[in-house]
Design a protein around this ligand. Structure first.
Ligand SMILES: C[S@@+](CC[C@H](N)C(=O)[O-])C[C@H]1O[C@@H](n2cnc3c(N)ncnc32)[C@H](O)[C@@H]1O
Length: 258
């Protein structure tokens, strides 16, 4: 067996979160509505990864420009290559920097999908409030924020918590109503409230690992097999025994109150 190839990483994911093509298309139609004054001219993507949603938004909004910030150079490079391939390289920058105290923005549309922890050094659950205040500062008057944030769909049992990540606690997330209350307290009105479906979660969790699972099936004696197997088994167990159907992801489209 060829032992020079590393296991693949996230090659089956379109978005780095439980987001379907359909939901993304609906959100982009709403956010890029040219006929209204809310069509964004500038987009800032916090913890952008490879920024697929931002790229699609820019394709749907001629003339708009975007900046994505993240710490992961491999994901940023994937974003730059995708932008180049789609003729968007002149309209978007993928910048390696921390979002904590970022000097980027303000922007007409601020995206923060699964990356609220990137906006401050606060610990969960305070990081959500800190992120909302940072997002309020980063959005222009009349603009929009889209926040994709973890929530509890129901209270986790002690058994489920112990199967999740180390240190998982009932206070780590809010429920949907609590999250929306926090957004209002931070100076927003919630223009659209939606949550990832079970199907989106299953698609995401499966796509997150399926390339590595297939690699493992044909690399039983590779130098990286043992640690890779431990990693994917640990992650699948966290999902199936821990947070499946318990942790959710809310997508809030937020309008800053002037
Ligand atoms: C779950 S991923 C979401 C990526 C992207 N928003 C998406 O939905 O496809 C979270 C991202 O936050 C980034 N991140 C973590 N801490 C960060 C920080 N301090 N500043 C900027 N990005 C950060 C990670 O590198 C990762 O790409």
């Amino acid at each position: 067996m060829d032992d020079t190839t590393s296991p693949p990483r996230l090659t089956r994911l379109t978005f780095h979160g439980p987001l379907s093509e359909d939901r993304a298309a609906r959100m982009i139609r709403r956010l890029s509505a040219h006929a209204t004054s809310t069509a964004p001219k500038s987009v800032l993507d916090i913890g952008c990864g490879w920024g697929e949603f931002m790229l699609r938004l820019l394709e749907a909004t001629p003339g708009a420009t975007g900046v994505g910030i993240d710490l992961d150079e491999e994901d940023l490079a994937r974003g730059r290559a995708n932008a180049e391939a789609r003729g968007l390289a002149e309209r978007v920058r993928f910048v390696r920097e921390s979002a904590v105290g970022t000097a980027q923005g303000p922007a007409d549309l601020v995206l923060c999908f699964g990356a609220s922890h990137a906006l401050s050094d606060a610990r969960p659950p305070e990081h959500t409030t800190a992120a909302l205040h940072a997002l309020r500062r980063l959005v222009t008057p009349g603009g929009r924020v889209v926040l994709g944030e973890g929530i509890w769909q129901r209270s986790p049992t002690p058994g489920e918590l112990s199967a999740m990540w180390p240190g998982a606690s009932p206070s780590e997330f809010h429920d949907l109503a609590g999250l929306v209350d926090l957004a209002i307290a931070a100076g927003f009105r919630p223009a659209w409230i939606e949550t990832a479906s079970n199907e989106e979660w299953e698609d995401f969790e499966s796509a997150y690992q399926s390339d590595v699972e297939e690699w493992l099936a044909v690399h039983s004696d590779h130098p990286l097999t043992k640690e890779t197997l431990d990693r994917v088994d640990r992650h699948r167990n966290m999902w199936l025994r821990g947070y499946r159907g318990v942790m959710g992801l809310a997508y809030l489209t937020l309008v800053p109150v002037s």
